[in-house]
Design a protein around this ligand. Structure first.
Ligand SMILES: Cc1cc2nc3c(=O)[nH]c(=O)nc-3n(C[C@H](O)[C@H](O)[C@H](O)COP(=O)(O)OP(=O)(O)OC[C@H]3O[C@@H](n4cnc5c(N)ncnc54)[C@H](O)[C@@H]3O)c2cc1C
Length: 399
């Protein structure tokens, strides 16, 4: 570790979501002290599921989380792809042993709360990490020379060598650095439900991951919590009030969008209770991601549409790279050394996240194809050998 000065000037991390907690753990593992400030009363996540592809799992493994992941997360054997109009199974993407052999880590799915819990447990064991809840960042002050100051809503003030905004798509840190950058509505809504396996319709409690592709909507289903719970996410067109996490929209709006679907699938979706709606937001690519001693990571600088299941994975990648660069910096308190670190971080991560965003947007067109395009898509899926469907993600999962 090159930056001994950080022992007395911690790194301040704003936000204790997947990105902030992974960063805290990565820094501590490299001998760098940090403080995490979470605005909520506890570190928690909405009880839905999350897919973690091999690129994310490899990094979490490098932080010593392999056993915990194996205990909490499932590794589906494949992703089965169905057409939602006639219900036919079109193909599958092999995962399981094939993905693990190819990418050096499995493809896993996990309940979000379990992911946060295992990260939290790991950082709680690290003497170099201090965790704070009920601390909402309001302001930051920096003059380029002395330490950066974070001012919280309760008027407490903290000083650090760097301040990292891991505070999500509505980032306060980003607003303080550049008011012009704001998230835009995509006109899409993600409907989520998490239900006990015994309460789920048989068609929606299959093993492995299942995706139904439809003209105005698609549906993803997988098991979490050791198979005891079924996670469902449907994406449809629709507007909702932004900034709200679990918006109270009636599920009839979802049912309306899947009117033309194969009856058994539609009936199964309608049997599920507790659908909650999420307006999907997008941050158009922008730079810079840093100013002086303050820098952004995760959804705060690259909130993407979730059609490649990579948002949290990108936050995890940011965290591991940023921690490496900080730990290997000559002296993060020196302006020239700091600029080298932050410029390197931004360049590498911007390139990767832009590519992920482009592919995510492409996937949306592919998933929601209608008319002749739907037949072209289905033909392509039927005639491409499954192993090639997996290999198209080599660029993503291998890096
Ligand atoms: C429907 C849907 C499905 C998805 N599926 C996947 C998937 O399968 N795989 C995947 O990799 N990604 C997925 N994502 C994306 C993923 O959820 C996000 O990219 C990820 O949670 C971003 O992590 P983060 O730590 O950057 O931000 P967040 O998880 O948003 O965490 C930000 C934290 O900062 C805190 N905070 C905010 N403001 C302040 C403040 N002023 N002061 C202090 N604390 C503050 C918040 O309370 C929160 O705890 C999905 C997203 C959606 C919407």
């Amino acid at each position: 570790m090159g930056c001994g000065a950080l022992q007395t000037s911690p790194i301040l991390i704003i936000g204790g979501g997947v990105g902030g907690l992974t960063l805290a753990l990565s820094l501590a593992k490299r001998g760098v002290a940090c403080q995490v400030f979470e605005q909520s009363a506890e570190f928690s996540e909405f009880g839905a599921g999350i897919q973690l592809s091999p690129n994310a799992i490899r990094r979490l493994k490098s932080l010593g989380l392999e056993d915990k992941l194996a205990a909490f997360a499932t590794a589906p054997d494949k992703i089965n792809i169905h057409d939602s109009i006639d219900g036919a199974e079109l193909s599958h993407i092999p995962l399981g042993a094939m993905a693990e052999a190819r990418y050096g880590a499995p493809y896993r799915v996990i309940a979000r709360q379990h992911l946060i819990s295992l990260l939290l447990e790991a950082v709680s064991d690290e003497p170099l990490v201090e965790l704070f809840t009920n601390k909402r960042l309001l302001h930051l002050f920096q003059d380029g020379q002395s330490l950066v100051k974070a001012v919280m809503e309760d008027e407490s003030v903290y000083e650090g060598a760097l301040l990292i905004g891991a505070d999500g798509v509505w980032s306060r840190v980003r607003t303080l650095l550049n008011r012009q950058i704001t998230p835009t509505q995509t006109g899409l809504i993600a409907w989520r439900a998490l239900l006990p396996e015994r309460d789920a319709p048989a068609l929606l409690s299959k093993a492995d991951t299942n995706v139904w592709l439809g003209p105005a909507a698609h549906l993803v289903q997988y098991r979490v919590a050791g198979g005891e719970k079924i996670n469902l996410v449907a994406v449809t067109k629709g507007e909702a009030r932004p900034r709200s996490w679990a918006e109270d929209l009636p599920a009839e709006l979802l049912f309306e969008q899947i009117r033309g679907w194969h009856k058994p699938v539609r009936r199964a979706v309608m049997e599920v209770g507790g659908w909650q709606a999420w307006p999907l937001m997008l941050l158009k690519p922008f730079r810079p991601w840093f100013k002086g001693r303050a820098v952004l990571m995760g959804d705060a600088c690259h909130a993407i549409v979730p059609f490649l299941a990579q948002g949290a994975a990108m936050a995890i990648e940011d965290a591991v790279l940023l921690a490496d660069l900080i730990a290997n910096s000559e002296d993060i308190n020196r302006e020239d050394a700091r600029d080298i670190v932050l410029t390197h971080y931004e360049a590498e991560r911007y390139r990767r996240c832009r590519r992920v965003l482009s592919k995510s947007i492409y996937n949306l067109q592919f998933y929601h194809a209608k008319g002749a395009l739907r037949h072209v898509r289905n033909g392509m899926l039927r005639f491409t050998p499954p192993k090639f469907l997996l290999r198209q993600y080599d660029w993503l999962y291998k890096e």
